[in-house]
Design a binder for this molecule. Structure first.
Ligand code: ADP
Ligand code: G6P
Length: 737
């Protein structure tokens, strides 16, 4: 087992140069703080950007920088100033960040910054390729590097790649506005496992994959070419022990050991027995709802004036992305708002808001967490929000109330906190009132639940879960690969084919010999296919059957003149050697009058769907409608039909984006078995792509070579990826004697 390679834009430390001295300062932000604990524990290398551009690194200092990073198990990707401008300040933080947080009005679509994003992602991918071996596990992080998985996959098809998105994945309606939306999805799909903080983000992602790439998604697996990509949610935790231990240590400190900040906090706390601190900590980012928080707090003081001179709001905002204009505007807005509220409400002995605009050492963060009675976190949209979890972890005596926006990913797991809508000032004010007046016993009982959960599902568990899932995925892919009809297995099969005295072949049509088309009538055979089928069907001792759910009129038009053997409508009709179709089964169709109006009512209510009428069956196609909607309607229709046909000898078959109602007992398996008994065959082959072909795979004897097209679950012995591969195999049959 190789090492783990972590790749993110931010490294755990940011370097600063002062003359000849290099200082490493810890990075802020959920990704770096969370992954740091994972990284420090094991055999891993962290690749990322040092925070310095090539232009900022004086000549000769590069080796020192590499050494400084090596101490933190890290290695840097070199970025020029122009790279950082287009990739970081540009596409990452002016396009993806606002868009994925639903700030469409802040989102810029600039071709130039997209191009830089692609080029810089390639730099990261190259760094991975240089530093990793085939048996390493690659873990790519976050929205800055969404193209990296595919770039690495192209060069190292067998390496294991996981991707985790630390921010929300927006709904399809938002994501679809991005001009490069398909490229982003394809980039991500280079991974074996894609992780999100919450099920909602996962759901949005799968919906975009289905709608924009038209890929088959089954539960949380995506089928793409010969690969299966798993998508799952893993809510990120914190290093619980680190925070709770630090808080315990903090509690034990004597007064003279306390920090200056702590002493100041004590003085204010002691000034009034009812004095309360409300705390908020975040990067200065418009997604964090800082202005809404300030307005909400002002509204609270006016609604409940008895708390004036008693309650203080401490806002710690860390400078972030200050080259991006929206962040500069936000800084101005927050400065002014704090100034105005303090100006209007302060008294000689009381300033309602304490505002710190800077980063703080860990010990001071702990001072703030442990001294605050309430944490007020009001993001308008937040992938997770780890600050909420850190606050709870530091409450050693279990007092303290967390007020948390329901728009934060962490709200899903922190139901015992007071959840608010950050746009509702009334609710913010009332929650503050409730928090201030919450009995200590209630605080403790709420926090007991929260702490238990956070302690159990900590960041280590989160990372282990992700890694285990990635390894499982790799193993599953291995077992799949063992069933793949590889070149060597194909050679064996062709050898059997050549040596056989009498061969029987069943070839499904749609999805096997030909690809799907929105209009089934347009999926007609091409000249190459005719040639291929001609070559096989005219071979000595070879009985070839096209076996399909199609209606007989279409196959008559397409194939009768070719004299291929055909079984259509799932086994109702048969034609041999160019004869007209005759009934293979004694079936009825008088039930159609009853069922057709039901299907019609579904067509009326489901735009894009249509009915295909065959002689002995009715099919309802839903390929051309929205995939989620189509699946929902299909489930609905199945339920309606199942109760309607209970007393008839009918069955509802679920094919590839089609439901078909037909006589039960008639299926491709039964038809194939009838043909099998007509002669002494020593080579039997069946190939097909959907559920209706499974009847053949199940019923044909064990010695038959059965092949599924696609990676879904199957009874077939082997699988092939797509119609192109099917043709390549048939070419080999055609070339055999
Ligand atoms: P985001 O990832 O959007 O920045 P999170 O709340 O998930 O938001 O993570 C923020 C992380 O940054 C937390 O781990 C927090 O402790 C750390 N952090 C926030 N503010 C500061 C600060 N002023 N100084 C040091 N670390 C900070
Ligand atoms: C969020 C993002 C991270 C990012 C962090 C800090 O947590 O998900 O990818 O590193 O914010 O932002 P910055 O732009 O300073 O890296």
């Amino acid at each position: 087992m190789g090492k783990t390679v972590i790749i993110s834009n931010r490294l755990p430390v940011q370097l600063q140069i002062d003359g000849d001295t290099i200082t490493a300062i810890p990075s802020v932000g959920g990704l770096a703080t969370g992954m740091k604990s994972v990284h420090s524990g094991g055999d891993s290398l962290w690749i990322g950007w040092s925070g310095l551009t090539d232009e900022e690194i004086p000549e000769g200092l590069a080796p020192k920088i590499d050494q400084a990073l090596k101490k933190h198990g890290s290695s840097k990707v070199n970025l020029t100033e122009a790279d950082v401008d287009g990739f970081y300040y540009g596409f990452s933080n002016r396009t993806i960040w606002p868009l994925f947080h639903y700030f469409l009005e802040y989102t810029e679509f600039e071709l130039e910054s997209w191009n830089t994003y692609v080029a810089v992602n390639q730099k990261f991918a190259d760094a991975i390729l240089e530093k990793s071996e085939d048996d390493d596990t690659i873990w790519v992080h976050d929205y800055q590097l969404m193209l990296v998985p595919q770039m690495v996959r192209q060069q190292r098809p067998n390496i294991s790649i996981g991707f985790f998105l630390h921010i929300p994945f927006p709904s399809f309606e938002i994501f679809r506005t991005l001009p490069w939306r398909e490229k982003i999805l394809e980039g991500l799909l280079g991974s074996d496992l894609i992780g999100f903080h919450t099920y909602n983000y996962e759901r949005h992602f799968l919906s975009s994959v289905r709608r924009l790439l038209g890929l088959e998604v089954s539960f949380n697996e995506i089928y793409k070419d010969d690969r299966v990509i798993k998508v799952d949610s893993f809510p990120m935790g914190i290093d619980y022990k680190k925070f709770s231990d630090a808080a315990k240590e903090h509690d034990e400190k004597k007064e003279n050991q306390q920090s200056e900040l702590q002493q100041r906090l004590n003085t204010h706390k002691e000034s009034d027995p009812d004095a309360k601190f409300i705390l908020s900590i975040d990067r200065l980012d418009y997604t964090k709802g800082i202005a809404k928080r300030l307005n909400g707090f002002e509204y609270f003081l006016n609604k409940y004036p008895q708390y004036k001179e008693k309650v203080r709001l401490i806002i710690l905002a860390v400078p972030s992305r200050s080259n991006v204009p929206q962040y500069q505007l936000l800084k101005k807005e927050v400065d002014e708002l704090v100034g105005r509220i303090n100006g209007e409400l302060s008294t000689v002995s009381w300033t309602p808001i304490w505002y710190f605009y800077r980063s703080m050492p860990f010990d001071n963060l702990i001072d703030l967490y442990t001294s605050s009675d309430i944490a007020l976190l009001t993001p308008i949209r937040d992938g997770m929000n780890l600050v909420a979890k850190e606050y709870i972890a530091t409450r050693t005596d279990r007092t303290g109330v967390l007020i948390l926006s329901e728009m934060a990913g962490s709200a899903n797991e922190m139901n015992e906190s007071l959840l608010i809508n950050p746009n509702n000032f009334e609710q913010i004010a009332d929650s503050l009132y409730e928090a201030i007046n919450m009995p200590v016993e209630e605080q403790k009982s709420r926090n007991r639940f929260l702490q238990k959960r956070l302690e159990r599902y900590n960041v280590e568990k989160w990372a282990n879960d992700f890694m285990r899932s990635l390894i499982d995925q790799k193993e599953r892919i291995h077992t799949k690969v063992s069933r793949k009809l590889t070149a060597s297995v194909q050679n064996r099969v062709v050898d059997q084919y050549t040596k056989a005295k009498k061969r029987l072949l069943f070839l499904d049509y749609d999805g096997t010999l030909a690809g799907f088309h929105n209009d089934p009538q347009k999926a007609m055979p091409d000249e190459k296919l005719y040639q291929l089928l001609d070559a096989i069907s005219t071979q000595k001792n070879t009985d070839l059957y096209l076996i399909s759910g199609r209606d007989k009129d279409t196959f008559t038009k397409w194939f009768l003149h070719k004299k291929y053997n055909m079984i259509v409508e799932h086994g109702v009709w048969i034609s041999k050697d160019g004869e007209e179709f005759r009934l293979l089964e004694n079936v009825k169709n008088d039930w159609m009058e009853k069922i057709r109006p039901v299907l019609e009512s579904f067509v009326d209510r489901s735009p894009g769907t249509f009915i295909e009428e065959k002689n002995y069956s009715l099919a309802w196609h839903y390929r051309n409608t929205d995939p989620d909607f189509g699946n929902k309607r299909a489930t609905e229709l199945t339920t309606v039909l199942t109760s309607l046909i209970a007393n008839d000898d009918l069955t509802v078959l679920s094919g590839n984006k089609v439901l078909e109602i037909k006589s039960s007992g008639v299926n491709k398996g039964r038809a194939a078995m009838r043909m099998l008994t007509e002669d002494e065959y020593d080579f039997v082959f069946a190939i097909g792509d959907d559920w209706t072909d499974e009847f053949m795979f199940q019923e044909l004897p064990e010695s038959a070579v059965t092949v599924k097209v696609g990676l879904q679950k199957t009874h077939a012995k082997y699988y092939l990826e797509n119609t192109q591969k099917v043709r390549e195999l048939l070419e080999k049959f055609a070339g055999a004697e």
